[in-house]
Design a protein around this ligand. Structure first.
Ligand SMILES: Nc1ncnc2c1ncn2[C@@H]1O[C@H](COP(=O)(O)OP(=O)(O)OP(=O)(O)O)[C@@H](O)[C@H]1O
Ligand SMILES: [Mg+2]
Length: 263
């Protein structure tokens, strides 16, 4: 079975898409088969893999609304073992289309059931809101990965993300876990960055990844070129940090497995 991870935070520009793109390529480097679901009408993670979304008619929207089989909207990427389901502006119709239906939160979960055995990891790149798309993502997920930017107001809004996760846990998906909080765009020389880090680690000790993603030019340049940083500048600090994140996620999996066996 795939492990499905939502990358979620309603705050904009905190590194959700960057994490989806680069965590996927790092997990693939570690021999895992990965699918990215671009679940944001901005289509940024599709762009991040060099896919031109403007004229696409096979997107996640067609799959979740039952217009197309999910297997027909999956695209191969330039990275071996990374597939991607793109999104574009049509995804903005989803919410109004399904809001009056029986289980508006369960569309994505039902849709990805079909491909659950094809991948080791399915990463969902959520939009910057906690609306029906993010609720669908969390309902379909085993866990949530929450990027937190090491900047002013980093804590702002985290209570809302956590409240949404709680709501999904209590109503739609009892098994939803927190994969971890990820500190992003860390600037070594910034005292503010250090403060945010100690605040987050103080509050969410067990749940915060050890690795901190540095603010790194190679990461943003790679994104502009439509390739993950591990291909663009494999030895850059950004590339190494995302590889470290992938290793921590595999280690989480190993520990879970061990606990399952001993229970
Ligand atoms: N570690 C980093 N170093 C340098 N630039 C970064 C880093 N992480 C993200 N960025 C840049 O910051 C901007 C925002 O990042 P990103 O798009 O990943 O955030 P997001 O949370 O997905 O945004 P949105 O909420 O709009 O979907 C992008 O231009 C990205 O290239
Ligand atoms: Mg994004």
């Amino acid at each position: 079975m795939s492990r499905v991870i939502s990358i979620v935070n309603q705050k904009g520009g905190v590194g959700k898409t960057t994490t989806a793109i680069n965590l996927a390529s790092s997990l693939a480097y570690l021999k895992k088969k990965v699918l990215i679901i671009d679940f944001d009408a901005q289509g940024n993670s599709s762009h991040g893999y060099g896919i031109d979304i403007s004229l696409l008619s096979k997107t996640i929207y067609e799959a979740i609304t039952g217009r197309m089989d999910i297997n027909n909207v999956i695209k191969k990427t330039l990275v071996k073992n990374v597939d991607l389901i793109p999104a574009n502006l049509r995804l903005t119709n989803f919410e109004s289309e399904v809001s009056g239906t029986n289980e508006p939160f369960a569309y994505l979960r039902k849709t990805i059931k079909k491909i659950n055995k094809k991948y080791d990891y399915i990463l969902i790149d959520c939009p910057p809101s906690l609306g029906l798309l993010s609720i669908n993502a969390l309902t379909a997920s085993d866990s949530a990965l929450i990027p937190v930017q090491c900047e002013y107001f980093a804590m702002e809004g985290l209570a809302q993300v956590l409240a949404t996760i709680k709501k999904v846990q209590s109503s739609y998906n009892h098994d939803l876990e927190i994969e971890g909080f990820l500190l992003t765009m860390y600037e070594m020389r910034s005292t503010l960055g250090k403060e945010v880090i100690s605040q987050i680690r103080g509050l969410f000790k067990e749940n915060t990844f050890n690795v901190e993603i540095p603010r790194n030019l190679s990461i943003s340049e790679a994104c502009g070129k439509g390739i993950p940083v591990s291909l663009y500048k494999p030895t850059s600090a950004g590339s190494r940090a995302y590889l470290q994140l992938a290793k921590e996620i595999l280690e989480n999996a190993r520990i879970r497995e061990q606990n399952n066996h001993s229970n």
